[in-house]
Design a protein around this ligand. Sequence first.
Ligand SMILES: *Cc1c(COP(=O)(O)O)cnc(C)c1O
Length: 388
Amino acid sequence: MQSSLVYMDHGATTPVREEVLDAMLPFLKNQFGNPSSPHFLGREARRAVEEAREKTAQALGANPEEIYFTSGGTESNNLALRGVAKNRAAGGHIITSSIEHHAVLDVCRDLENEGHRVSYLPVDQYGRVDPEKVREAITDDTFIISIMAANNEIGTLQPIIEIGSLARENGILFHTDAVQVVGQLPVDLNNLNVDFLSLAAHKFNGPKGIGALYVQEGIKIDPLYRGGSQEEKLRPGTENVSGIVGLGKALELSVSEIPEKKKHLESLRDRLVEGFLKIDDVSLNGHPEERLPGNINVSFKHIEGESILLTLDMEGIAASSGSACSSGSLEPSHVLSAIGLDPSIAHGSMRFSLGRGNSDADVDFVLKKVPPIVERLRNISPTYHSRQ
Ligand SMILES: *Cc1c(COP(=O)(O)O)cnc(C)c1O
């Protein structure tokens, strides 16, 4: 296997940073105790878990009692939505958007099959949910609104402050999948009308398989699993101690570095976008300003994103094809369809997602490699020659 020279797929996952690994290792070695054990090894592990909970809460403007550790973003989204829906009579109403991650959308589909109704709100050409559309969708039996803080494919940020206030005014619970935002942009739960927030450590240079759900104090939801009394019984099972420690450390570090990291990523992002747009028939997807600092999603007309991806792969550049979220299928991604991209254009879309390891040299390398690849692929593309 070739190790990549330039990694621009941080929207998929990020490398664990050295300081985080160092913080985790003792809990995989000598300090291997079970946090529920009353002896000294257990007490050490318990202390580490609670310290990580405090760091996590502090980084988000929450109380430690409001943080529940899970196995990642997928589980947090499932727990929030199913946990709220579980003890509700069928026939309730849920509001979400058509561009959520599948970990929200597929849960909503299940809840529909279980007798609830779901409104999948449309988005505009930039992928923004209009708060006015949320207001119009609210009914007497709407019990939860779930709108992501930022989209993982096109990077568009949602007006979650406005949507949260609407939810609050109407006495409706509000969940946000903030997996792409936490650690990248400031999040202060004191100023957001958010009842549930999902995050995953591997998107901010922490380990995979560990995440958290913020649950606003006073809100009772049901667990997905039964077992022990860990995480106040909301998420039973022996804690992933090293993962939790890694999450806490990674979040503490990322949040303290947000201002400089944001500036760094935005400058790399803007250079990349500018460079790509110099190629003929290339367009930027997502919102031009209201987007994640490290997200670039572009469509190269007349070619397949998949072909660019494979060619870049051979050059040691790791990126993601915009249409490959449901990889293996020929359907363009639900996000690109929702912003109104023609399927032929959606198929030529690529996501480059930047992270703290990326440099100006990486941007130069990509901008040197991509234009000739695009030209070569277009020269062998039947649709390119038959255009107009
Ligand atoms: C990555 C991601 C998820 C899934 O998180 P996992 O930790 O991989 O389960 C959910 N939502 C968004 C927006 C994501 O980017």
